[in-house]
Each structure stands twice: as structure tokens, then as C-alpha cells.
Design a protein around this ligand. Structure first.
Ligand code: NAP
Length: 203
């Protein structure tokens, strides 16, 4: 019998992508026995209309650069190319249609974003299509993920990743303040940031 494909979808704004994201994806690959991880940069992130988000094409290209050398990682344009606000439920429904019922789908993202997704009305539909993997920094209060068991309940797994002490917000502020970002993100991504003068006026 053919083994079911286990596909991890790594969702994030990736503004910019950094080593915390890459370590989290690698950890999910191993811990959850995934066949590969598809990075999925958001097009127009939900709940971010109050701050300037770098154009999707830059965030997509930085993610491609960061993942290029890993044969288990790929990057999808699905959300970047879909017009309107990005909702995870739309993406996972689309992937379910593309890959069929035989593929197991796992949506991996930061713990706070998972809590956010759970508060949206369509989150019930997610239960039918995927398992959520919440990546946390050590010390994160996991009680926030206590689940009510029962039919149709959304499955949420948690995963501690020490490297998630690195944050995109911190990197943007460091670039704006001319502080070093070496060892926080791949050098080729840092070069892309410099070349395109990203985050120079970031707050
Ligand atoms: P966010 O609120 O900016 O991030 C929340 C926290 O999670 C931050 O500390 C962030 O760190 C971290 N994080 C984000 N993506 C991560 C990842 N892939 N792995 C590990 N940590 C991660 O989150 P966001 O980027 O807007 O959203 C994350 C994902 O959730 C996206 O795919 C987004 O579309 C989805 N989302 C969907 C809905 C919805 O459908 N209603 C609502 C919210 C989020 P960094 O800033 O360092 O990344």
C-alpha cells in the first residue's frame, strides 16, 4: 500500500524570513515525520492593516533565497498570487483540492498566530482539512491550547523551538537602527535586504 504523503505548510508573513523560521520548519519535518515543508508567505496578512508590510514579492523572494539549499523545503506562491486578505482556511481548502484526500496536511506557524486563527469563524472548517502545529518559544504558556475533545475538534500540536527567540520585528528594528543582523538570518537574505533598502525606515 502506498504511504500517505505528509505535507507541512509553513505559514507566515516572513518580513523577513530568519533562522527561527528555518529551524522551526526543520524541527516540524523531523518531529511530525513530514515528507516536505512548503513555505507559504502571506499575500495580504489578516489583521495587519494597521502596519506597513513589505510587498509580497520581496517577502516571497527572500523566502526562496533562504530555503533554496534545502531539498525538503519548497516555497508556494498560492497566497501571494491570491487577491484580497489572506485567510488560512482558504489556503488549506485549496491545498486539499489540489492534493486530494490521501495527503495529510499540517499547518505550521507561530503560537500566537494559531490562537488568532482559532478565533476566526471559519476555523471549524480547518478541522476537516488539517492539523495545526503551533511553534513556541520555550516558556510559552501552553495552557492556552487546551482543547475540548470531541468529534470535529481541531487538532493542535505544539512544538518548542529555542531559535524562535529571533524575531522579524527585532530584525526590522535592527536594520533601521544600523545594528548588526548577522547570524539572525541567512547572509544572502541580509544581502537582499541591503540591496533593496528594506526596513530602512522601519519602526
Ligand atoms: P504574526 O501575528 O505576525 O506572528 C505571531 C508570532 O508568530 C510572531 O512572534 C511571529 O514571529 C511568529 N511566527 C509567524 N509565523 C511563524 C512561523 N511560520 N513559524 C514560527 N513562528 C512564526 O503572524 P503572521 O505572520 O501574521 O501569521 C502567521 C500565519 O498565520 C500566516 O500564514 C497567516 O496567514 C496565518 N494567520 C491566519 C489568520 C486567519 O486565517 N484568520 C489569522 C492570523 C494569522 P516573526 O514575526 O518573527 O515571524
Amino acid at each position: 500500500m502506498r504511504k500517505r504523503l505528509r505535507l507541512g505548510i509553513m505559514g507566515g508573513t516572513f518580513d523577513p524570513v530568519h533562522y527561527g523560521h528555518l529551524v522551526a520548519a526543520e524541527e516540524a519535518l523531523v518531529q511530525f515525520n513530514l515528507d516536505r515543508v512548503v513555505f507559504m508567505p502571506t499575500g495580504e496578512p489578516a489583521r495587519k492593516s494597521d502596519r506597513r508590510v513589505t510587498p509580497a514579492e520581496h517577502r516571497y523572494l527572500m523566502t526562496v533565497i533562504a530555503t533554496a539549499s534545502n531539498p525538503d523545503f519548497t516555497v508556494s506562491r498560492l497566497e501571494v498570487d491570491r487577491p484580497g486578505v489572506t485567510y488560512t482556511v482558504d489556503t488549506m481548502m485549496q491545498l486539499r483540492t489540489i492534493h486530494g484526500p490521501e495527503t495529510e496536511l499540517f499547518f505550521i506557524t507561530g503560537a500566537d498566530a494559531v490562537l488568532d486563527i482559532l478565533t476566526w469563524k471559519d476555523s471549524d472548517s480547518l478541522a476537516d482539512v488539517c492539523t495545526l502545529i503551533a511553534a513556541t518559544r520555550p516558556g510559552y504558556d501552553l495552557c492556552r491550547f487546551e482543547q475540548k475533545p470531541g468529534p470535529g475538534a481541531l487538532r493542535v500540536e505544539t512544538m518548542e523551538v529555542p531559535a524562535l527567540a529571533i524575531s522579524s520585528t527585532d530584525i526590522r528594528s535592527r536594520v533601521a537602527a544600523h545594528k548588526p543582523v548577522r547570524y539572525l538570518l541567512p547572509e544572502a537574505v541580509a544581502a537582499y535586504v541591503r540591496k533593496n533598502r528594506l526596513y530602512e525606515g522601519a519602526v
